[in-house]
Design a protein. Structure first.
Length: 572
C-alpha cells in the first residue's frame, strides 16, 4: 500500500498543491460541494477540456463523448474534472460578420484551456475537439502547458444522401451559386439543404476539421486511428474510454507534448496534409502550434515536404470519397503506414500511446479492395497539393491547394473587391453597380487578412458560388483572407503582407494583369517596380473595423499569416 500511495503522489505532480494538507481544507470543502470525495481527491486529476456547444453538429455530441472519456479516466485510476471552452461554427457563419470570430476563437480556445489547467493545477489533460479551430487551439494549449495529455477528435459527420449520391455541406454551398445562375430552382436547393447534414459530426470531406484531425494523428498528439472513427460510430465510445488508460500511461512515463512535438513530427503532419489533399488552413495552424512548441517551422517547410510527398488519398473536395470512407478503408493508420514505408514520414517519432509512429502504423488493417488510398507505387499525383507562391504580390508568401487536376497557370485582369460581401455580390449579381465576373478574370478580395478582417475570414461562400456558377475552371482568385478546406480550384489565399498592413495587394487596381503560376511558385502583377512603389507610397491604412472589444484587441496584436496569424506581445 505505501508504494501505491507513493506512486499516486508522484502522479499528482501538480494537483497535490490544491488538494493536500491542512491549508487546503477550504479547497477540499468546495470540491466536496460538487460531489468529489476524499478518495477522488487522492487520485491524479485529469482535466477534460470539452469544446461542446449546441450551435452546430461538429461539436454537438461531445457532451456524450465526454462521459465515456471520464469513465475511462476513472477506470484507469484517476479523477476527471470536465470543463468547457468556446467554439465557433465555420460552416454556419461563412459569408457573414460572424466568420470574423472563427480564427479569433482558436486563440480563445487555447487561452481558456491553458487558464483552467494552470488555475486548477490538473496533472494531465484530455481535449475533446470538433470544428476547425478547436483542434489547433487545443494543440496550442497542450504545447504551452506541456502537461501529459492528448487530443481526441469527435469525428466526422456521415454523408447525406441526395438523388442516390453522397452529399456534404460543400454541395450546398456550391448549390447557392448554381441557384444564382439559374441552373437549379428553389425546390432543389431546399431538398439538398435538408439532406446534406444527417446528424452530429464535423464536415464530411477532407476539409479543415478532418485535415487537422489527420495532422494530429501523424504529429502524435492523437492516438493513431482514434480520430478517423466517425462521430456516431459505436467504436468511438470505446476509444473515448481508452483515453483514460493512455493519459495515465503518459503520466507514468512522464511523456509530455514537447517530447512529441519535434521538428520531424511537424514534417510528418505536413506530409499527411499533402498526401491527403488537405486544407490550406493546416498551414496557418501548424505554424501556430510550432510557435507554441518552440519549433522553427516556415512556409518553405510546407513547400519542400509537399513537393516530395505523393497525393495518396482520393478525398473530397477534389476527389471521390468522404471522410467516413477513410474509416471504412482502414483509417488514417493505412495512410501512415504508406508514408512511413515510402520514407515520407519519420517512423521513430513518439506518439501519445507511448509507441512510435512506425509501431502504431504497423498495426494498420487495410480493407481489401478499398480505393480511398492509392498504392505507393501508383499515387494519384507525384506531389502533394500544397504550393507556396511568392512574387511582387506576395513577398512573404501565399498558399494554393492543387490536390486534383486544377490548372496551374492563369493570367488575367484583376477584379478588385474590398470585402467578401462585395465579391459575393458580383458573383450572384445582387448588386447592379457591380459587373458580373467573366471567364479569365482574377478575383482579388482584400482587407480580409488577420488584421484587416479582422480574423481572416474563410471564402467558401464566394469560391463555392463561383464553382456553382460554372466559372471554377475559368478564373482565378487571390485574397489575404483564407479558404475553407472545401474550396477547390485555382485559388490563392494567405497573401502576405496583407492589405491592411500595406502589402502589395493593397495597390492593385481594376484591370491590372495578374499572373498566378503554381508550377513556378509565382504570384505577380505585371507592373514596373517603380509603379508599384509609387502606388504603395500613396497608400493609407484603412480605419479599424472595430474600436473596442475582442476584435479590436486581436487586430492590434495579430501577426502575419506567413507566421501562423498568432498573437504577439507588443514589441516582440
Amino acid at each position: 500500500m505505501p508504494s501505491e500511495d507513493n506512486e499516486l503522489r508522484q502522479l499528482k505532480h501538480r494537483s497535490h498543491e490544491i488538494t493536500e494538507g491542512r491549508d487546503r481544507a477550504p479547497a477540499r470543502a468546495m470540491f466536496k460541494a460538487v460531489g468529489f470525495s476524499d478518495a477522488d481527491l487522492a487520485r491524479p486529476i485529469v482535466g477534460i477540456a470539452n469544446t461542446w456547444i449546441e450551435t452546430m453538429p461538429c461539436n454537438f455530441h461531445l457532451r456524450r463523448l465526454a462521459e465515456e472519456v471520464k469513465a475511462g479516466v476513472r477506470a484507469a485510476g484517476a479523477t476527471p474534472m470536465e470543463f468547457n471552452t468556446i467554439a465557433i461554427s465555420d460552416g454556419e457563419t461563412m459569408g457573414t460578420e460572424g466568420m470574423r470570430a472563427s480564427l479569433v476563437s482558436r486563440e480563445v480556445v487555447a487561452d481558456s484551456i491553458e487558464l483552467v489547467c494552470r488555475g486548477q493545477l490538473f496533472d494531465a489533460v484530455i481535449a475533446l475537439v470538433g470544428c476547425d479551430k478547436t483542434i489547433p487551439g487545443a494543440a496550442m494549449a497542450l504545447a504551452r502547458l506541456n502537461l501529459p495529455g492528448l487530443v481526441l477528435y469527435g469525428g466526422t459527420i456521415a454523408p447525406g444522401r441526395y438523388e442516390g449520391r453522397d452529399v456534404s455541406i460543400q454541395d450546398v454551398f456550391e448549390a447557392v451559386g448554381a441557384h444564382a445562375a439559374g441552373r437549379i430552382g428553389d425546390a432543389e436547393l431546399k431538398a439538398l439543404e435538408d439532406a446534406a447534414c444527417p446528424g452530429a459530426g464535423a464536415c464530411g470531406g477532407q476539409y479543415t476539421a478532418n485535415t487537422m484531425s489527420t495532422a494530429m494523428e501523424l504529429i502524435g498528439l492523437s492516438p493513431l486511428g482514434a480520430n478517423s472513427v466517425p462521430a456516431l460510430d459505436a467504436q468511438k465510445a470505446a476509444i473515448a474510454r481508452q483515453c483514460g488508460a493512455w493519459v495515465m500511461e503518459l503520466l507514468r512515463q512522464r511523456l509530455r507534448p514537447l517530447d512529441i512535438l519535434t521538428p520531424p513530427a511537424f514534417h510528418n503532419a505536413i506530409a499527411a496534409v499533402a498526401a491527403s489533399g488537405g486544407s490550406t488552413n493546416a498551414v496557418l495552424h501548424l505554424l501556430a502550434i510550432a510557435r507554441e512548441a518552440g519549433v522553427a517551422l516556415t512556409l518553405e517547410d510546407f513547400s519542400a515536404v509537399s513537393r516530395r510527398t505523393p497525393l495518396l488519398a482520393d478525398l473530397k473536395p477534389a476527389g471521390r470519397f468522404m471522410a467516413v470512407d477513410v474509416h471504412r478503408a482502414g483509417g488514417i493508420p493505412v495512410l501512415a503506414r504508406r508514408l512511413v514505408a515510402g520514407g515520407y514520414a519519420q517512423g521513430d517519432c513518439r506518439t501519445v500511446t507511448g509507441r512510435t509512429l512506425a509501431e502504431e502504423a504497423a498495426g494498420a488493417v487495410e480493407t481489401a479492395g478499398q480505393e480511398v488510398f492509392a498504392p505507393l507505387e501508383r499515387p494519384l499525383k507525384s506531389s502533394g497539393g500544397l504550393v507556396v507562391l511568392r512574387g511582387n504580390l506576395a513577398p512573404q508568401g501565399a498558399v494554393v491547394k492543387l490536390s486534383g487536376h486544377e490548372r496551374r497557370y492563369h493570367r488575367g485582369p484583376a477584379r478588385v473587391f474590398e470585402s467578401e460581401e462585395e465579391a459575393m455580390a458580383a458573383v450572384t449579381g445582387s448588386r447592379p453597380d457591380l459587373a458580373r465576373l467573366q471567364a479569365g478574370d482574377v478575383v482579388v478580395i482584400r482587407n480580409e487578412g488577420p488584421r484587416g478582417g479582422p480574423g481572416m475570414r474563410e471564402m467558401l461562400g464566394v469560391t463555392a458560388a463561383i464553382v456553382g456558377e460554372g466559372l471554377g475552371g475559368e478564373l482565378a482568385l487571390i485574397t489575404d483572407g483564407r479558404f475553407s478546406g472545401a474550396t477547390h480550384g485555382l485559388m490563392a489565399g494567405h497573401v502576405a503582407p496583407e492589405a491592411a498592413c500595406g502589402g502589395p495587394i493593397a495597390a492593385l487596381r481594376e484591370g491590372d494583369m495578374i499572373v498566378l503560376d503554381a508550377e513556378a511558385g509565382k504570384l505577380e502583377v505585371e507592373l514596373e517596380p517603380t509603379a508599384l512603389e509609387a502606388r504603395l507610397a500613396g497608400w493609407r491604412p484603412p480605419a479599424p473595423r472595430y474600436a473596442r472589444g475582442v476584435f479590436a484587441r486581436y487586430a492590434a496584436l495579430v501577426g502575419s499569416a506567413a507566421d501562423g496569424a498568432v498573437l504577439q506581445l507588443p514589441g516582440k
